[in-house]
Design a protein around this ligand. Structure first.
Ligand code: FES
Length: 155
């Protein structure tokens, strides 16, 4: 039997929906039940300022995803990484034991979103210079090809 809080978060999920131009995105699926979850985060000065989720799954996965976002919102990345499955289960006033694994989806997707953020934003100076140069040369190459095609087609 689900607690009132689980039913509340299931029927009225907080922070649900896709986020356009997220700073970090974490996707996880559970092969045993086929449920999947995506968590999006917006980060400002090392703090999660906005968080959204899209879930395809059971009532418990919807409730635990919703609670994961509630617990993570406003926290620093380090604080958010410390959230555990037990924190989510406790915040929902418990879950049936058979549904414990559902809380794992939220935690894993959140950690992946933070990892994704770190990978995208904590690049070294060398990596940033390399990225800039490769992007610049890619667009330069495209312009040269375009110019040559235009030039030869004119004749
Ligand atoms: S039954 Fe698999 S996440 Fe809920």
């Amino acid at each position: 039997m689900y607690s009132e809080k689980v039913m509340d978060h299931f029927s009225n999920p907080r922070n649900s929906g896709k986020m356009i131009s997220a700073d970090g995105e974490g996707v996880i699926g559970d092969v045993r039940c086929g449920d999947s979850l995506t968590i999006y985060i917006k980060v400002k000065e090392n703090r999660i300022t906005d968080i959204r989720f899209l879930v395809f799954g059971c009532a418990a996965s919807i409730a635990t995803s919703s609670m994961t976002t509630v617990l993570a919102k406003g926290k620093t990345l380090e604080e958010a990484l410390k959230i555990t499955e037990q924190d989510i289960i406790k915040a929902l006033d418990g879950l049936p034991k058979i549904k414990y694994h559902c809380s794992n989806l939220g935690i894993t997707a959140l950690r992946k979103a933070i990892q994704d953020y770190y990978e995208k934003h904590n690049k070294s100076v060398c990596q940033k210079v390399f990225l800039f140069i490769s992007k610049y040369f890619y667009s330069l190459k495209k312009r040269i090809i375009f110019y040559l095609m235009y030039h030869f087609n004119k004749k």
